[in-house]
Ligand binder design. Sequence first.
Ligand code: NBP
Length: 491
Amino acid sequence: MANQNKTDIGLIGLAVMGENLALNMESKGWHVSVYNRTVPGVEEGVVERFINGRAKGKNIEGFTDIKAFVESIALPRKIMMMVRAGKPVDELMEQLFPLLSPGDILIDGGNSNYEDTNRRVKLAESKGFLFVGSGVSGGEEGALNGASIMPGGSEKAWQEVKPILQSIAAKALDGSPCCEWVGPAGSGHFVKMIHNGIEYGDMQLIAEAYWVMKNLLDLNNEEMADVFEYWNEGKLRSYLIEITSNILRHKDKAGGYLIDKILDTAGQKGTGKWSVINAMELGMPLGLIATAVFERSLSAQKDLRHLASKQFPHSHIMPVYNKVEFVKEIFSALYASKLVSYAQGFAVLQRASDTFDWQLNLASIARMWRGGCIIRSIFLNDIAAAFEAANKPEHLLLAPYFQQEIKTLIPGWKNLVAEAMKEELPVPAFSSALNYFYSLTSADLPANLVQAQRDYFGAHTFERKDELRGQFFHENWTGHGGDTKSGTYNV
Ligand code: NBP
């Protein structure tokens, strides 16, 4: 590379992501410096273990001294931090600042909160450095062989980091790297957060499809795996559908299906929750992801569910279904609900872009998610195409292609939800999506009554159908209330 003595990039944090990213970079021809904090007696030897192990014989230099590490990197330095999100990133930045030169670039590849990234971009720039907050998706495998990388922050850094980040990114089927500049400030981490939220939604939807097949059709694991395998050849083709089929077929050492032995309590690390909190802050519906997050929380209340199930045993009519036709309805519910989830997620991205003036390119984001990441799927091609159309749709579901798709899916989708409700089988994400769809497509909703109630008890005012928009009225509903209005504001 350009400078024979100095390295091209430094990487801090040799846990699972950092190690694999360093190896990925090296395999693309980059000369890499690595550093890991050494906690005496606990983490001693992390760097040595890597250098003498997986990095042996490779163009990777290991450092246990942070100053020597920084000095080993060519100017302007590019230093990628792959450490635990939160305080560790701030601590590391404080350690690095005195060692850096003007124009050096810090890249945070961890799952940082985008508001932290907003703050860090400003802080680094105020000191003459550049800061890139980049979501990285794809886990261990993606880190090693190609991840989906979503960088945002100091735009001046992009030309410098682009060759390295694009070289280690996954490639979509058309060969384009799943890494493009997202936008300013914390936009890269915001996009990664919504990616993770969508991942929660996809997983819940697939779980519901599995649950309906198992409980209403009595399909066995192999039969369900066959259905997912078949779906993976069509419009639902995606990483998560593919692994679901593999999971259903998997037998443990004792010879039984492992899926039947796994306790039904789901964990979470918080990015789904963050997506929902931020959507609420922006005043945007993100009901499908919220449902997925809450279903994980409810699943974790195993003892309570056990107790409640004894008191309210579900009654099943158990009609005999035409299995082939019913599987088609499950497909409709899954595909339509997935469309709703992505439409909601992209609408949140658009609102964030407008609110924070990020100028997000939604088509480019959809393309970045086509490879490397957990939600990769061919369906993202259609989303990119919809956002690239000359007449950009107001909402993804209003794009001509998706309008047609939804129209063909509605009969099966609503029938499936109705059947599941009659059989007392929970399908919260399928039905949340259907309710959102019906609300979205209702010119009139009962919010007039909500406004009347708000005005009745709190003088919160309302607009009228028979007056111009933007005028707010208060009614003296009881005859003994005053005329004083509450201020109009949104929270
Ligand atoms: P972890 O999230 O488990 O973080 C461990 C690393 O952080 C170690 O290298 C540790 O150093 C370092 N670290 C900590 Br903890 N505190 C530090 C401090 N104060 N100063 C310097 N270093 C510190 O590792 P990971 O699973 O590889 O994930 C790295 C980042 O990537 C996280 O933000 C994670 O959310 C994100 N991410 C992870 C995945 C995944 O699949 N695991 C996928 C996508 C993104 P030590 O060895 O000295 O303790």
